[in-house]
Unconditional design. Structure first.
Lengths: 285, 304
């Protein structure tokens, strides 16, 4: 496996604040990596460093390039959506395609037009005349028409209704992802991409607190629903996090043998959202 | 590199429609004023007739050339002033609007460097605006002369003889084009400064750009009792080193009225003087430094 992104001891400080604090990780080719973290955890700063939009300390290599110093070469082979609102409101769809065609060597106008033909976006419309969902469709069509090795999505579905969100991810999987490409995605709607991603990373206070493949998660993390005496016994095994659900205790364990928990209640693999809460709160406790 | 520049400059024209709307509006207003003037004048038929008889029979070709040249140049000055104001607003908006509407994130997601972007904005300010304005000026001149011809022929004169034979069009246009291209270069330090402010300021670029131009020379005077900065700013507006004659001597009314030969405007332009003037090159260096600062700010700010 070749790794597309390699970070070694990457840090980014704003004054005294460590937005990204000594972070190391790898993203391998063909993976869909989900990056999660609370607001202000350093997600966007980390993505910006990967995109070469901000400089940072430590070693960071993306597609074998230094993202900040070799941004132009890098950006030909990666594409990103930062937020739905960033397409300039004054531009016409045709102008956008013209500009992309002129400046992006890996952009296929034909492909973009084909993708747009499945939407309600008219080619003579200006971005300001489109609804928020249509702007995202337009942006996504443009991004998907770029033959890029790495796609980075930062909160791509923020503020969209559920139908658009479902469509967005369906398009992403069906039309874009082919096993050759690599996707790095952040979102607050964890459950929407739970079945999509192959790898997962949690970031909190600038530090990575979880970095795992989705396949490995059930082997490490177990959620136990229990009550009464069993709960007390389970608590002695040192759960990461504990919460109350309908009068029962739900505990999340890390690296505890499944068989030891089996007798103490109902054991299963936690959802990513619950695991996220457990890890973040567990780290804070 | 060049294809990117073409795409980037085209983008500026898409975004800032004022780049061609402004000169077009000026042309429209001036043409309407001229038309109104002629309609108004046609109420004073006797005076107009005397004027036309005089212009056709008594004036020499040199006088007619001069009168028409003055008419065309006077007309052009309005365009140059308007494009100056336009350039100021364009520069102040060029790197500010993209941050305000956050489209900078999209632009920076494309394989275009910050340097290429800022060069394209500088090119637009210093070259594209003057060229568009010049094109509109040529059209406006022709339209105005056609209107004048219609007026003259209604009043019984011969436009072919009075106007088209005497109008120094090529001389005026060549001179106007040179001035329109040289003036932005001479004033380029301001363009650089405005672009830098546009890339750097968090709010109200207009105020941020103009206050230092007033305050810094005042501070220099109060603290150091010198006025280098004030003089340097002043010089840019009064000392364009492009003409072989001293404008104050040349435009002396009596001397001008006494001339009977036609003035060839192009002969007054001294390109060698312009290109060998240290002030021109110094100005370009200052402009370049501000542009580099703007690139640096756009690149390193890393804001969303």
């Amino acid at each position: 496996m070749t790794s597309l992104v390699t970070a070694r001891n990457v840090s980014k400080r704003f004054g005294d604040v460590h937005a990204v604090d000594n972070v190391s990780f790898e993203i391998e080719k063909g993976k869909i990596m989900g990056l999660f973290g609370p607001n202000g955890a350093g997600k966007t700063t980390l993505l910006k460093a990967v995109l070469g939009l901000t400089d940072c300390e430590g070693q960071l290599s993306v597609l074998g390039l230094d993202p900040f110093k070799q941004r132009k070469e890098l950006i030909q082979n990666i594409c990103f959506i930062a937020d739905v609102a960033v397409l300039p409101r004054w531009i016409k769809v045709t102008q956008l395609l013209d500009f992309m065609e002129a400046t992006h060597p890996n952009f296929s106008r034909q492909r973009a037009e084909e993708l747009l033909s499945h939407t309600k976006v008219r080619s003579d419309a200006k971005v300001r005349e489109l609804s928020k969902g249509m702007v995202t469709q337009l942006h996504l069509s443009i991004i998907m028409a770029i033959d890029a090795k790495l796609l980075i999505l930062d909160e791509p579905t923020l503020g969209l209704d559920i139908i658009f969100r479902k469509e967005f991810y369906a398009n992403l999987l069906n039309d874009y992802f082919d096993g050759e490409r690599t996707i790095l995605i952040t979102t607050h709607q964890v459950e929407e991409i739970e079945n999509l991603m192959t790898d997962i990373m949690f970031i909190n206070d600038g530090k990575i607190i979880l970095d795992s493949s989705m396949e490995a998660l059930p082997e490490i993390y177990i959620e136990l629903m229990t009550a009464g005496e069993s709960a007390d016994k389970a608590r002695q095994l040192g759960p990461l996090h504990e919460r109350d659900v309908f009068g029962k205790k739900v505990m999340t364990f890390e690296g505890v043998d499944r068989e030891r928990l089996a007798g103490l209640g109902d054991a299963h693999t936690p959802s990513v959202a619950d695991l996220f809460v457990a890890k973040v709160k567990g780290a804070a406790a | 590199m060049i294809s990117n520049q073409i795409a980037l400059v085209r983008r500026e024209l898409w975004e800032h429609r004022s780049l061609y709307v402004t000169p077009a509006v000026v042309a429209l207003v001036m043409t309407l004023m001229l038309l109104t003037g002629y309609i108004f004048a046609s109420g004073y038929e006797e005076l107009v007739d005397i004027g036309i008889v005089g212009a056709q029979n008594i004036m020499g070709d040199g006088h007619r050339r001069m009168a028409l040249g003055a008419f065309l140049i006077g007309n052009t000055v309005v365009f140059i002033l308007a494009s100056g104001v336009l350039t100021v607003f364009y520069c102040l908006d060029a790197l500010y609007a993209e941050r305000k509407d956050k489209s900078i994130l999209f632009w920076r997601s494309l394989p275009v460097t910050d340097a290429e972007t800022i060069i394209s904005k500088l090119l637009t300010a210093l070259l594209v605006i003057p060229l568009i304005t010049f094109g509109v000026v040529v059209i406006a001149h022709l339209v105005n002369l056609v209107l004048t011809s219609i007026f003259v022929s209604i009043e019984g004169g011969s436009p072919a003889f009075m106007i088209w034979q005497s109008a120094p069009l090529l001389d005026v246009w060549a001179t106007v084009l040179i001035v329109m291209l040289a003036l932005p270069i001479w004033l380029s330090p301001f363009a650089g400064w405005f672009l830098f402010v546009s890339a750097w300021t968090k709010r109200s670029p207009l105020l941020t750009a103009f206050l230092p131009l007033v305050i810094v020379p005042m501070l220099e005077y109060f603290i150091l009792r010198t006025h280098f900065i004030g003089d340097a700013i002043d010089e840019r507006f009064t000392q364009l080193p492009l003409f072989s004659v001293d404008p104050e001597v040349f435009f002396d009314e009596k001397a001008l009225a006494a001339r009977t030969d036609a003035i060839n405007l192009l002969e007054l332009v001294d390109l060698g003087k312009f290109l060998s003037s240290p002030g021109v090159w110094l100005g370009l260096v200052v402009c370049g430094l501000f542009a580099i600062a703007a690139i640096y700010v756009r690149r390193y700010r890393g804001e969303s």
